[in-house]
Design a binder for this molecule. Structure first.
Ligand code: GLY
Length: 337
């Protein structure tokens, strides 16, 4: 892939998280050829949704406690402040495109569950089996070893609360995908897509479809999107906060620092890992992994680059303790032989 953007004066930029690796070349190619920010982001996220190596987004994503894969996604146009978000959607392989169509075709901003599925059906969105053999096997192993016999017998009409607290995400440190970019017209956009936590409570929405928490874009200032424990960024309104801090005059570096400081006020609930990705409207960016792991990285593409480059995320600890919450504390997934 060798983007050949003619207008070297334009400030193009793409930032995506580590899971965006397979999609960012497509986004870069499209952006370099003059595509709109939303079109380029949607195309890149669709690749990630199909990527069999990414087990936290789209087809092949981890299921919830009941063994069903529920997907969340969103898009935001920073020039109109229109958004499209869908949550807890089953059976559709490209939630980011359904979110995009919601933005284009409905007077609403957010659909979940049965309503999202109805809309997806009405627009002829692609359907497919989301639960792949590796995930089904891992879920079955968990079910057989963790669920009490009396609850197995009653399944799925069994209490789930205790199992939700004890569930361990099968693949710690892997995540949602988030993309941010600015196109040749300086339109800024954001997009997200995820299967959320493995073994989540049915109907659980993370931050990915919650505009203002998991993503926000405003072409006048910049954009932000988060990965990791959505329970944290929902509480701090992180993505909107970063953009608002830039509106208040802070640099993208300061704005992200301020959003990290907001997280220091979180008490109780889930305190775990979050990575904050942000760009401003001048082509600057910053990515910070809060309580991050040493191998946390993100992908950056600028017109001066032949191909997108992986960069280490800056790690900021907001707690001296290892995140205590099991779903993000340990990795137990091993590939099937
Ligand atoms: N950040 C993705 C989620 O919490 O589901």
């Amino acid at each position: 892939m060798a983007p050949s953007f003619a207008n070297k004066e334009a400030i193009l930029i793409i930032v995506c998280n580590n899971e965006g690796k397979s999609g960012i070349p497509v986004t870069a190619e499209m952006l370099s050829r003059g595509a709109s920010a939303l079109d380029a982001l949607e195309a890149g996220v669709r690749v990630v949704e199909d990527d069999p190596e990414v087990r936290t987004v789209g087809t092949g994503g981890w299921p919830n406690l009941l063994g069903d894969v529920e997907l969340d996604a969103s898009v935001m146009c920073g020039s109109t402040l229109r958004t499209g978000a869908i949550g807890a959607l089953k059976g559709y392989t490209h939630p980011v495109s359904i979110a995009r169509q919601l933005l284009e075709r409905l007077p609403h901003e957010f659909l979940v569950g049965d309503g999202a599925a109805r809309f997806a059906h009405e627009i002829g969105a692609e359907t497919g089996e989301l639960l792949r053999p590796h995930a089904k096997t891992a879920w079955q192993r968990w079910f057989d070893s963790e669920i009490k016999p009396e609850h197995q017998a009653a399944w799925p009409d069994a209490p789930l609360i205790e199992y939700c607290h004890n569930a361990v995400d099968p693949e710690i440190g892997k995540d949602t995908t988030v993309f941010l970019c600015m196109d040749q017209h300086r339109h800024i956009a954001s997009a997200t897509s995820t299967s959320g936590w493995g073994w989540k409570y049915p109907g659980r929405l993370g931050d990915s479809p919650v505009i203002g928490a998991g993503s926000y874009a405003d072409s006048r200032y910049g954009a932000c999107a988060c990965t990791g424990a959505g329970e944290m960024t929902i509480r701090t309104g992180t993505a909107r906060a970063v953009v608002l801090y830039m509106k208040m005059g802070m640099s993208v570096e300061r704005a992200v620092d301020e959003a990290v400081n907001d997280m220091r006020a979180l008490k109780g609930g889930l305190i775990s890992r979050v990575t904050i990705h942000a760009i401003d409207n001048r082509g600057n960016h910053r990515t910070v992994a809060v309580n991050g792991l040493p191998d946390n990285h993100y992908w950056l593409w600028l017109p001066s680059m032949k191909a997108p480059e992986a960069r280490p995320a800056e790690i900021i600890q907001i707690s001296d303790e290892e995140p205590q919450n099991k779903p993000f504390a340990m990795a137990v997934y091993t590939k099937e032989p």
